[in-house]
Design a protein around this ligand. Structure first.
Ligand code: SAH
Length: 376
């Protein structure tokens, strides 16, 4: 039998995997809790498992861990973490402290296959999807960094010692490298691990998964986890959207709007439409009016997040002036779109802002086998 990576399953998945090896299903809950609530890094720490069981698990399973190969912090406090994967590839995550908030932006793939013409990650192409644990490890790395920084606030979810969760991050966004719904299974499992009340217990309302608009996967995704959804719209009409986002030739704006209209959003927050503002391309008042008309049918279900473009070397676009950004927002508000926010760039001095993630150089490190953390 192959070695079982205990970090790669949500709680139900872990139960099943252990049952398949002849163990009782409650062991899944027990071990899940050790790893995700109590931060165990080796089976030896799991003192309420019998000696024989521990010995067996030590032989048959692993609890691997990932580490950052580089951490860069911008003047505004935003940090870009370069995370080394077992095969030698790397992804980036971005840690954004802002007042009481600690937000982490995670990657779901190495590179991306979507080919959006304004995005730096697209220049890498898709190398591979991340496994669930490679997504959740980004969270654990960020947690360790916050601890090292003395950011020692621990969240109290219930009463007493048992209610303590060793978690300092308050918000998670799946907006790093890659298209989360192109890695549907990895993203769903990671969300389930992170939101499990027996683990890190992120409220679903504090996690947002952003998609390029893979329309046929949106409903299936939201059936499996109740996190928030963001959709990158980025255009006022199909002609322009197809020009900057190849995905629009497969799923156009009408189809996206239909999916949003049909989503059962009772009790759920609104869907966010992200709109990257590209100077002279999609940022005029006339285009804002076209957009507001187009969105009338879903207005009550959405909010708009305007993202001023973050350029990178060789970029084809530029960021609009602040005044154009304010005007665009004003026109949407005046034309019946009630919720419109502007997301001010963070961390762009270190290429950590939206759409600036990509590896500086593609390294050709030979594949390594999974590192075992036992004893390390
Ligand atoms: N693939 C997902 C998530 C990654 S991109 C998606 O497409 O939503 C996260 C957000 O950053 C998207 O809204 C995308 O449109 C935006 N973005 C990409 N490149 C950007 C750039 N250079 N400047 C500002 N926003 C950018």
């Amino acid at each position: 039998m192959t070695t079982l990576n205990l970090k790669n399953f949500d709680r139900l998945g872990l139960r099943e995997a252990l049952v398949a090896r002849g163990l009782k299903s409650f062991r899944g809950d027990q071990i899940f809790r050790w790893i995700w609530r109590r931060g165990a890094s080796e089976v030896a720490e799991m003192t309420d498992l019998g000696k024989d069981l521990r010995a067996r698990l030590e032989a048959e399973t692993q609890i691997p861990r990932l580490d950052p190969s580089d951490v860069r912090t911008a003047r505004d406090g935003t940090s870009k973490l370069l995370v080394r994967l077992p095969d030698g590839r790397e992804v980036e995550s971005v840690l954004i402290p802002e007042g009481e908030r600690r937000t982490l932006c995670v990657s779901t793939q190495v590179g991306c296959a979507m080919g959006c013409t304004f995005c730096r990650t697209a220049t890498m192409g898709l190398l591979r999807s991340l496994e669930p644990w490679e997504i959740t490890e980004q969270v654990l790395i960020a947690e360790r960094i916050l601890v090292e920084r003395g950011d020692a606030r621990i969240l109290q979810l219930g009463r007493g010692e048992a209610g303590k969760v060793s978690r300092r991050l308050t918000n998670l966004v799946f907006m790093g490298m890659g298209e989360p719904l192109h890695n549907l299974e990895g993203t769903v499992t990671a969300c389930r691990i992170l939101t499990d009340p027996k683990g890190l217990a992120f409220p679903e309302s504090r996690i947002t998964v952003s998609t390029v608009g893979l329309a046929d996967r949106i409903a299936p995704f939201l059936e499996q986890t109740k996190v928030n959804l963001a959709i990158s719209l980025n255009a006022h009409d199909d002609e322009f959207r197809s020009k900057i986002m190849p995905v629009n030739r497969k799923f156009d704006m009408d189809e996206l709007l239909r999916v949003v209209r049909d989503l059962p959003l009772t009790g759920r927050r609104r869907v966010t439409f992200e709109y990257v503002l590209l100077a002279g391309e999609n940022d005029s008042p006339a285009q804002a009016r076209v957009l507001s008309r187009r969105l009338q049918s879903v207005e009550e279900k959405i909010k708009i997040n305007l993202i001023p473009y973050n350029p990178h070397e060789g970029a084809l676009f530029t960021r609009p002036a602040d005044q154009a950004i304010d005007t665009f927002q004003r026109v949407l508000l005046d034309n019946g779109i009630e919720k419109v926010m502007v997301r001010r760039p963070r961390g762009d001095s270190i290429l950590a802002a939206c759409g600036q993630l990509a590896l500086e150089k593609t390294k050709s490190t030979p594949p390594r086998s999974l590192p075992l953390t036992r004893g390390s």
